[in-house]
Design a protein around this ligand. Structure first.
Ligand code: HEM
Length: 103
């Protein structure tokens, strides 16, 4: 499970019937999981072939969800692509904070 997968490769799997997603530097094949996803197929399809970390974290997924996702792990995001992804994660944290202060 330690296969390295580039973001360019993830992008090729951007369809409902071929659905890979990056979450926190890890690559998941959610093709089979989408029908079972309690949050619906459409949310997964909307992040197909790209980094879905921000969307995944915004939902505030449970520990149970984190257990389930392990079954669909197919590899790690290639080191060269991790930096960009980290920037997305930081943005997400910042926007969550803004929302918190406004409400
Ligand atoms: C392997 C990846 C994922 C797994 C295993 C997973 C699993 C789950 C589970 C078990 C729930 C029920 C609530 C909970 O236990 O937290 C849930 C809800 C949900 N998920 Fe996911 N999820 C994944 C990825 C995503 C992604 C990438 C998105 C958004 C693009 C998303 C959007 C949602 C939404 C909108 C809900 C409904 C929340 C609600 O009803 O309040 N999920 N997911």
């Amino acid at each position: 499970m330690s296969r390295e997968i580039s973001l360019a490769e993830v992008k090729k799997h951007n369809k409902a019937n071929d659905l890979w997603v990056v979450i926190e530097d890890k690559v998941y094949d959610l093709t089979k999981f989408k029908q079972e996803h309690p949050g619906g197929e459409d949310s997964l399809i909307s992040v197909a072939g790209r980094n879905g970390t921000r969307e995944f974290l915004d939902v505030g997924h449970s520990q149970e969800a984190r257990e389930i996702m392990k079954k669909f792990l197919i590899g790690n995001l290639a080191a060269a692509d991790i930096k960009k992804k980290g920037a997305v994660g930081f943005k997400s944290f910042a926007s969550t904070k803004v929302k918190f202060y406004k409400s």
